[in-house]
Design a binder for this molecule. Structure first.
Ligand SMILES: Cc1cc2nc3c(=O)[nH]c(=O)nc-3n(C[C@H](O)[C@H](O)[C@H](O)COP(=O)(O)OP(=O)(O)OC[C@H]3O[C@@H](n4cnc5c(N)ncnc54)[C@H](O)[C@@H]3O)c2cc1C
Length: 497
């Protein structure tokens, strides 16, 4: 039985295990709290196995693990455990299974839809002590890492070897969390998302078995694709402990460019023209006027305050120069102005630091504000329409909300900059978000291109996929996790609308 439910404004209200102010767990019989399980017995068994320092119940630790970077209210777990190996992960899952205690996998807590909130209490499994890079083969262009490795850590290891891992969500997430949310980023238009860049996963199932979902082969026709079943499963089907990843050769040359347009339509038409001309662009990101203004202020830049594309080209020096010239010509035909490109590494990094810093730039627009981040994705031919309607909606709602997008994928983000103490503003943002979701789905798109559904958007799954498809998702969940131990209340296990 799930104890959490969505209130009228999509706000989570939950009732669950009570804690003493000291952070110790109140002893409690399972009969007292149906569905919560025998947490005290489980913690005793976990402490005996991992030692007290790796089973933490202090309020501040629990609080940190029950919140992500979203606007959703936190829901702390009863305890946080820190495995160091797949074997320890197996024991944690078996102990939790034995006592009926929920398990919430935790990476870096950077997700945006309430993913790590422990809606029914239980144990948060923090993977950050499983942070070894186990193997790198430059010959085969693959690497095997433990799930708690972060993308910056991996990047630092790979760069000196002349290779890189392309998936780059704006935050320094863990690779396990990135697989679990089906993450993508600015280079997805060229190199693909997590789904295209994971060869195989090691997963601990709810039954405490260790499953390897694939081999190191580049492709396989052998059986159901379990790798891609677990990618995007958001901690609801099992605990990912290791990943084998595709890596890519570092391009010989990289050039960044920036170009402002008279209006959003022209900027999006330019993206469509680039893709139709098969120019293998490595990054193509759109910032609307509000976002450019925020970035200018925060990073002391002087870009034209207009819809702007940030671009990057990868290849040999001649190839990148040819690509940049071709895009400059296309942009010129569409009224693009001030097309400027920089082969210089420092300049390129400065440009992308600004793009990657949009979240901080948004927050700086209103000191003390929180960002309510949401994303949607539509077929690229519907992108201009979707963004323009969304911009009008933001303005009509009286919200402050810059737009930035991985437009090569038809994906864009809206960052509503909110006063966290103003319930009326939160209500308007929640209503706006719902309209955005419905708009994207009506335009044959999706309620989220990359953040995932957590429990914030899981109620839209049926609207997007239909009852039969969600029925299959529920059947998969109950086949793999019949007792509903893993991350209850999320994805297909959440409330319906
Ligand atoms: C500033 C900012 C920018 C962002 N930009 C992007 C972006 O461009 N693209 C994008 O895709 N996302 C983006 N995000 C969202 C976020 O970074 C991603 O969702 C990321 O993949 C989450 O990884 P994490 O390690 O923080 O996972 P967490 O937040 O800790 O967990 C996320 C989910 O994965 C599950 N999980 C975590 N680890 C495991 C594991 N080992 N096994 C099974 N389940 C697990 C959790 O239970 C939870 O459901 C951004 C977030 C911020 C704050």
């Amino acid at each position: 039985m799930l104890l959490g439910h969505l209130g009228e404004a999509g706000v989570v209200r939950h009732q669950r295990v009570q804690h003493r102010p000291t952070g110790t767990v109140r002893p409690m019989a399972s009969s007292e709290q149906p569905g919560v399980g025998r947490i005290t017995d489980a913690l005793e068994a976990l402490g005996a196995r991992l030692g007290p320092e790796r089973v933490q119940t202090a309020a501040d630790v629990r609080d940190l693990h029950g919140r992500d970077e979203s606007w959703h209210p936190p829901a702390p777990p009863d305890a946080v455990v820190f495995p160091r190996s797949t074997e320890e992960a197996v024991e944690i899952v078996r102990i939790c299974g034995r006592y009926g205690v929920p398990i919430v996998p935790f990476g870096a807590g950077t997700s945006l839809e309430g993913h790590v909130a422990a809606l029914s209490g239980g144990v948060s499994v923090d993977m950050r002590e499983m942070n070894a890079i186990l193997r790198l083969s430059v010959e085969d262009m693959d690497a095997t890492v433990q799930a708690g490795v972060t993308r910056h850590q991996l990047d630092a290891k790979l760069r000196p070897e002349g290779v890189f891992f392309p998936v780059d969500p704006g935050a320094d997430a863990t690779l396990g969390g990135m697989a679990a949310t089906g993450a993508s980023g600015t280079t997805t238009v060229r190199y693909g998302a997590m789904r295209q860049n994971v060869l195989s996963l090691t997963v601990v199932t709810a039954g405490g078995e260790v499953v390897r979902t694939g081999s190191r082969a580049r492709k396989s026709s052998a059986g159901y694709d379990l790798t891609r079943l677990f990618i995007g499963s958001e901690g609801t089907l099992g605990l990912i402990t290791e990943l084998t990843l595709r890596v890519h050769p570092t391009p010989e040359a990289m050039t960044a460019a920036v170009c402002a347009f008279p209006a959003l339509e022209e900027a999006v038409d330019c993206v469509i023209a680039v893709l139709q001309n098969a120019i293998p662009i490595a990054r193509i990101e759109l910032l609307d006027e509000t976002q450019v203004d925020a970035v200018n202020r925060h990073f002391e830049l002087d870009h034209d305050v207009a819809p702007t594309l940030f671009l990057e080209f990868h290849g040999s020096p001649t190839v990148v120069a040819d690509q940049a010239a071709a895009v400059e010509a296309l942009a010129g035909e569409l009224g693009g102005r001030g097309f400027a490109w920089a082969a210089d590494e420092g300049e390129r990094r400065r440009l992308w630091r600004a793009r990657h810093g949009v979240y901080d730039a948004c927050r700086a627009l209103r000191p003390g504000a929180r960002v309510f981040a949401t994303d949607a994705c539509v077929p690229i031919s519907r992108l201009a329409e979707c963004i323009l309607q969304t911009r009008r909606d933001i303005d009509d709602s009286g919200l402050v909300a810059p737009i930035v997008g991985h437009v090569g994928d038809g994906n864009f983000h809206v960052s509503v900059v909110l006063d966290p103490d103003d319930p009326d503003e939160l209500e308007r943002a929640v209503a706006f978000n719902e309209r955005l979701v419905r708009r994207a789905i009506a335009l044959e798109g999706t309620c989220t291109g990359e953040h995932g559904v957590g429990h914030g958007k899981s109620r839209f799954l049926e609207l997007e996929h239909g009852a039969a498809a969600v029925g299959i998702m529920r059947a998969v969940k109950s086949a793999l996790d019949p007792d509903g131990l893993f991350n209850p209340g999320k994805v297909a296990g959440a409330a319906r609308i």
